[in-house]
Ligand binder design. Structure first.
Ligand code: SIN
Length: 351
């Protein structure tokens, strides 16, 4: 069996921005030199290809379930030839570290939130623009459009070969006090993912944004290091944020979805039949997972209601419009960076 141990590339002593940029450059050089792998043709017929696939959410979430199904279908299709190891719930590493590890070839597959690629590309920032996508159908229509499809593989020469976009769902706002209007959020410390658009979004409502890994959020809420957070129902439920957040505003103001990516050299080193077969498995899992992500999030919402621990605040049309007005300036702030054409393509694709 080929073994791809996850070594100690963490703690390089560099800031995250520089770390990821440097790693991506190194990975690009490897790709340009033909990669470090042995090439499909020379591979021994009895070799087992190990795919280490760490991620940060619970097995019950849309990503957790899709990752598990990928493992089952891949191993069923290629018995003894492909082994997939899934490490959920940040148990192996957080997302920042997994970006590095994938680019270095120390792991083979990731599904990292699109928000967390903003040091590598500005295109995915379009997915963070508040209220740009009214629902998952709108996201899916954009991702299937020519402009959306082009973004899938744009990080290949930086060490991330995009195979698919997976959904989680729409984001809600958890808070220590009821948030009916944007003014209610003034002064609150909001945990956000590592995204400059999300930072601007929180500033637009008078909050104080704090970038933080998902695995640190529960304790930060519990200790008061942060006051508030935004996430999907399935993440809020499975990470137990509802236990330490008495109010959740059902704002649906943004989207969480993932780039499913593999290490390009590893992928090219696979025998053709295995690579093509695994791409078919990813396509099947994408269809299966994206079709059930909304239901998984609604179950998370129902479970939170049943717990009685958090009150869910449903916004009136007038309140919703106030949130949209408050956050809308973020589009103009980032249109030059993301490209107005990409934003227009997202709007045009709305079903
Ligand atoms: C994820 O869903 O993978 C991560 C979301 C987060 O960091 O809040």
């Amino acid at each position: 069996m080929s073994v791809n141990p996850v070594g100690s590339i963490r703690n390089l002593g560099l800031g995250r921005t520089w770390r990821v940029t440097a790693v991506a450059a190194a990975a690009a050089m490897l790709v340009a030199c033909g990669g470090a792998g042995g090439g499909g043709e020379q591979a021994a017929a009895d070799q087992t290809y190990l795919i280490k696939f760490p991620h940060v959410t619970a097995p019950s979430t849309p990503k957790g379930q899709a990752a598990q199904r990928f493992k089952e279908l891949a191993e069923e299709r290629f018995p003894g030839r492909v082994a997939v190891e899934i490490y959920p719930s940040s148990q192996l590493m957080n997302d920042d570290d997994s970006l590095e590890a994938l680019a270095f070839g120390e792991i083979q597959m990731i599904a990292v939130s699109l928000s967390k690629f903003d040091r590598l590309t500005h295109s995915y920032q379009v997915f963070d623009l508040p209220f740009l996508f009214p629902n998952l159908e709108a996201v899916e229509a954009f991702q299937a459009s020519p402009a959306g499809r082009e973004t899938l593989t744009e990080l290949t020469d930086r060490g991330f070969l995009g195979l698919a976009f997976w959904h989680n769902g729409m984001k809600e706002l958890g808070s220590p006090r009821p948030l009916h209007r944007p003014e209610d959020a003034a002064g609150l410390k909001f945990r956000i993912m590592e995204s400059d658009v999300l930072q601007a979004q929180v500033l637009a409502i008078g909050g104080n944004p704090q970038k933080m890994a998902l695995g640190e959020v529960y304790q930060a809420l519990q200790t008061g290091a942060i006051d508030a957070q935004e996430n999907t129902w399935s993440n809020i439920y499975s990470s137990k944020f509802y236990e330490v957040q008495p109010y959740i505003t059902e704002s649906n103001h943004g989207y969480i979805g993932y780039l499913v990516a593999v290490n390009p050299q590893f992928w090219q080193s696979l025998p053709d039949d295995i690579r093509t077969g695994l791409e078919e498995v990813v396509a099947d899992v994408t269809e299966w997972g994206n079709a059930q992500s909304e239901a998984i999030n609604q179950k998370g919402r129902a479970d939170i209601v049943a717990s009685g621990r958090s009150e869910i605040i449903e916004l009136s049309p007038e309140e919703l419009a106030a949130w949209q007005d408050a956050m809308r300036p973020v589009w103009d702030e980032f249109s030059g960076v993301i490209g107005q054409d990409l934003i227009d393509a997202a709007i045009a694709a709305r079903p």
